[in-house]
Design a protein around this ligand. Structure first.
Ligand code: COI
Length: 328
């Protein structure tokens, strides 16, 4: 069996090599994301694994089909970068990966704490020997209502993590999770917006959630609301967020993801001219913390992403099915 892995980072190499030996398969490692210029490298392979910054549209899928590749696996949990309907119409089977929700859930808690304790400003001040306190007065978690939008694996783990702080927990999801009900109260979205001091997003990116955080949603929230996004940048309408920060509707933002982050995040772009004005403008606010889509990035998650993705491809080839197949 022969597979090709696109978008590979150095830290994944060891896991790929160990799996190749263990399963007696060949895996070609390519550091670039899958695109129309490098797709021919997949010729002769039984399956392809990618990461989230490879956009798999109809052009790429047609080409995979021409190359007689019927199995595609993303080493991510999210799969909004793949045109699943079109893949299905071509008979290309697609799977996503599994990794424990704890890395992202831990990171979410860190961003909440950093926001409510003004940690960005405190850290910047320390670097220039400014040890003043003005403007750094924070809030205590026990006094806050935290709204979690999306109570799948990650959202539910965020609620588990937060419970120890004594915050009041609200949750919103189309599908309610019985375990979550033990620690949080499900409410409708408008109530969550109205009553939460901190709102954290853990919902997938689909048509109905695209730009869900916009001026209209903000108008329903408390003044000084803290918003956290470790899910997908496209859940937020950035120009509306900028207005929200400028008008002080938003008290703080913790963003690990950003719309149009592809080609920027996970790369060293220090000496380049980056043409994403919103990203640069938003980043400069003292109450906005932005990181490079790294909430997932733990040693356990990386190993799990590689293993579950390659295992899916092997299962597709050997058994004709994978437990991680995306069925819609
Ligand atoms: C995911 O697994 O969905 C992530 O967001 C991780 C990232 C490598 C795209």
């Amino acid at each position: 069996m022969k597979f090709i892995a696109y978008d590979t980072r150095d830290d994944e190499r060891n896991d790929f090599e160990e799996l190749s030996k263990k399963l007696n398969i060949e895996i070609i490692l390519v550091s670039e994301g899958l695109n129309i210029n490098n797709i021919d490298l997949a010729k002769g392979c039984d399956g392809v694994t990618i990461l989230g910054h490879s956009k798999v549209d109809s052009v790429i899928l047609d080409k995979l089909k021409q190359l007689n590749i019927n199995y595609l696996s993303t080493r991510t949990v999210g799969y909004n970068h793949i045109d699943i309907d079109y893949a299905k119409s071509l008979g290309i089977r697609v799977s996503n990966s599994y990794y424990a929700p704890n890395g992202v859930a831990d990171y979410t808690v860190m961003l909440i704490l950093m926001c409510i304790r003004h940690y960005k400003q405190a850290m910047f001040r320390g670097n220039v020997n400014d040890y003043s306190l003005k403007g750094l007065q924070g809030k205590e978690m026990k006094d806050l209502t935290i709204g979690v939008i999306g109570t799948g694996k990650i959202g539910a783990t965020v609620i588990d993590n937060l419970k120890g702080f004594g915050s009041r927990m609200l949750a919103y999801d189309k599908y309610q999770n019985e375990k979550v009900k033990e620690k949080a109260t499900y409410v409708d979205l408008d109530t969550l917006y109205k009553e939460s001091d901190v709102i954290t997003l853990h919902t997938p990116l689909v048509d109905s959630t695209y730009h869900m955080i916009d001026t209209e949603a903000l108008s329903k929230m408390k003044d000084n609301v803290v918003l956290i996004n470790c899910a997908r940048g496209e859940l937020m309408h950035i120009p509306d967020l900028i207005t929200g920060v400028e008008t002080r509707k938003i008290g703080a933002l913790g963003l690990d993801v950003f719309e149009n982050e592809e080609g920027i995040y996970h790369l060293d772009r220090r000496t380049d001219i980056i043409s994403n004005r919103d990203m640069a403008y938003l980043r400069q606010f003292p109450n906005v913390i932005m990181t490079q889509h790294m909430a997932f990035y733990t040693d356990a998650a990386v190993t799990s992403m590689v293993c579950s993705s390659v295992t899916s491809l092997v299962d597709f080839v050997e058994k004709g099915e994978s437990e991680n197949e995306i069925i819609i």
